[in-house]
Ligand binder design. Structure first.
Ligand SMILES: [Fe+2]
Length: 188
């Protein structure tokens, strides 16, 4: 059954889990510096080191022409006016694109073109796909009231580069303004 195990995996879009996948958990304490409102961040963390998101990754094979994929789940929540988010990254191999498929909940993807700095906000909702081109930083954000779950499929060689975003973050932030997700310049 080894062949089947490599080629067939069941996931639960409600729970955000995937059979046999390696799971990474990110809590508030892992996200210091990522939210624009630092005082709100420290206050929230003092209350509870809440789970913000998990990523379950499947890497069936390595090498050119292979694919890796993952199931992401972001909890609903906010730090100040800013919605719970993933750290966001470029691919280490910059030309690598990625396809995101919404499974549950209501969210957005924040995309930022590395060359032009141009930002885009794209809906991430069930029964829809978001194509993330190469050379583009991407962050996933839960703007809804239930966990946001989605699949991401990417070239096995893509790799993850978190360094640049950790250093300077995205140029834009997504804030709840009158209860609606709104793209704003990052003001520090
Ligand atoms: Fe990615």
């Amino acid at each position: 059954m080894d062949l089947l195990a490599d080629q067939f995996i069941q996931f639960n879009p409600q729970r955000g889990t995937m059979e046999g996948a390696k799971v990474v958990e990110r809590r508030l304490s892992d996200l210091r510096g990522y939210f624009v409102d630092e005082a709100a961040y420290e206050a929230a963390l003092a209350q509870e080191d809440s789970l913000v998101y998990t990523v379950s990754s499947v890497m069936p094979a390595e090498g050119e022409s292979q694919l890796h994929y993952g199931l992401g789940m972001i909890m609903p929540g906010r730090i100040g006016a800013e919605y719970y988010l993933t750290k966001g990254h470029f691919h280490a191999w910059r030309p690598a694109a990625e396809l995101y498929i919404g499974l549950r909940g209501e969210g957005v993807m924040l995309l930022e073109d590395e060359a032009t700095g141009e930002s885009k906000l794209v809906p991430l909702i069930p029964n829809s796909a978001v194509y993330v081109p190469g050379f583009t930083a991407h962050r996933t954000i839960n703007t809804g009231k239930v966990p946001l779950t989605y699949l991401g499929v990417y070239p096995a060689q893509a790799g993850h580069d978190y360094g640049l975003i950790a250093e300077r973050n995205f140029r834009k932030v997504v804030l709840a303004v009158d209860g609606k997700p709104t793209l704003r310049d990052r003001v520090l």
